[in-house]
Design a protein around this ligand. Structure first.
Ligand SMILES: [Mg+2]
Length: 404
């Protein structure tokens, strides 16, 4: 079953998405997400110029072989652009295999290990009262887990807080340069424990509460925060410090029992191998699109299972519904599933990517259609051309660039 066409579709129905569409000689199509937030056109060019021509004539059934052909064959391994391009091919091939088999992809991965996917929503606000209101909204809708982020008094443009009240948090800005935000670790560390304690006191012990530090702290600052949050019994503290230096998580572990989740920016198992092997983290947040597709993310999850590290895939709106569909099939199948991030897309995005996954009774459920259960309306997609947008940068008060 040869691949006869490989098309890259860039569309911006509210934000930019890069999608790979593969077509086989018998007319079966498969989709893969290749979106890297703020660097979309680099992946589109990587696919168009260097990957799509190689795929023509290949046997679409040989998923594992094609993965290694693109990974080893490029010689230049890893990195977000390469791995997102490989992910798109891999995801599209799983979609095709499911359609040929007449089965949803989770059935090809071993079948369902659970009845539905527990997800968490994003509660954020300018004040603690606004955050509590938003958490209450999620609880009313049946959510069992909520991430809480609040504007820090005296800090302009705190990460995770929506610019427009009532709209989903979307950091990427439609301009030709990144927005500059100012960061204060001192004000943040002073404010956050009280904010989270207020939410915990209001909702009781059962609701899973999460908080994202977004790489802003040093290891010892993160250790101090984790320790101060222990009474609030967070489900996890996310990305407490940048993870290039995996050793730094030993220092955090030495001081706090607050569970740690990391990895939304990871591209391969080698970004988290030590973190998992030494049990320095509790949840691994790598995603299908940024970590080499279903084939490689399944490998990361299997490795994590050996060390009782659970899965917690990134699922913000910078991943298209194609990636979300793929994530749900993997989440349903793996034994060590933990929690899935879920931010609904805009109606414009949902219209471009019609999909069958849905939220019901507190859980997300993947489509039961053969394959991934997501398509792309190419005519509609063409009505939303690429719109330059960048993630913000963070600076300290003296102008020093900090981690965003
Ligand atoms: Mg995060």
């Amino acid at each position: 079953m040869r691949v006869v066409r490989a098309t890259v579709i860039v569309t911006s129905p509210g934000r930019n998405f890069v999608t790979l569409k593969l077509t086989t000689e018998d007319g079966i199509t498969g989709l893969g997400d290749a979106t890297v937030n703020g660097r979309e056109l680099a992946v589109a060019a990587y696919l168009r110029d260097h990957v799509c021509p190689l795929l023509i004539g290949m046997d679409a059934h040989r998923i594992e072989h094609i993965w290694h052909y693109l990974y080893r064959g490029a010689y230049w391994r890893r990195g977000p652009i390469t791995m997102a391009a490989i992910a798109a091919v891999d995801t599209a091939l799983w979609d095709i295999k499911g359609k040929v088999a007449g089965l949803p992809v989770y059935q090809l991965l071993g079948g369902a290990s659970r009845d539905g996917i527990t997800v968490y929503g994003h509660a954020n606000g300018e004040t603690v009262a606004e955050v509590i209101d938003q958490v209450a909204g999620y609880v009313d809708r049946g959510y069992q887990a909520v991430r809480v982020q609040c504007a820090v008094p005296g800090v302009a443009g705190t990460y995770g807080v929506a610019k427009t009240p009532g709209r989903p948090y979307e950091p990427a800005d439609g301009r030709d340069r990144p927005t500059e935000t100012v960061w204060s670790t001192e004000r943040y560390l002073d404010f956050v424990p009280g904010m989270i304690a207020a939410v915990r006191n209001r909702f009781g012990p059962e609701l899973r509460l999460l908080h994202d530090v977004h790489h802003r702290l040093t290891p010892i600052e993160a250790a101090r925060l984790g320790k101060s949050l222990e009474p609030a019994a967070l489900y996890w503290l996310e990305d407490p410090t940048p993870a290039e230096l995996q050793d730094s998580f030993r220092l955090i572990r030495r001081h706090t029992t607050t569970p740690i989740a990391v990895g939304e920016v990871f591209n391969t198992l080698w970004d988290c191998e030590q973190l998992i092997r030494e049990q320095l983290v509790d949840f691994i947040r790598a995603s299908v699109v940024h970590a080499g597709g279903i084939t490689h993310l399944r490998r990361i999850f299997s490795y994590a299972e050996l060390y009782q590290v659970r899965t917690a895939s990134h699922g913000a709106t910078d991943l298209s519904p194609v990636c979300m569909s793929a994530a749900l099939h993997l989440d349903l199948a793996v034994p060590n599933f933990g929690l899935q991030e879920y931010m609904p897309h805009t109606p414009e995005t949902d219209a471009v990517f019609p999909h069958g996954y849905h939220f019901a009774d507190g859980y997300l459920h993947p489509s039961e259609e053969p394959g991934l259960g997501v398509e792309i309306d190419e005519k509609l997609a063409a009505r939303y051309p690429y719109d330059p947008a960048y993630l913000p940068v963070a600076l300290l008060a003296d102008g020093t660039i900090h981690h965003w």
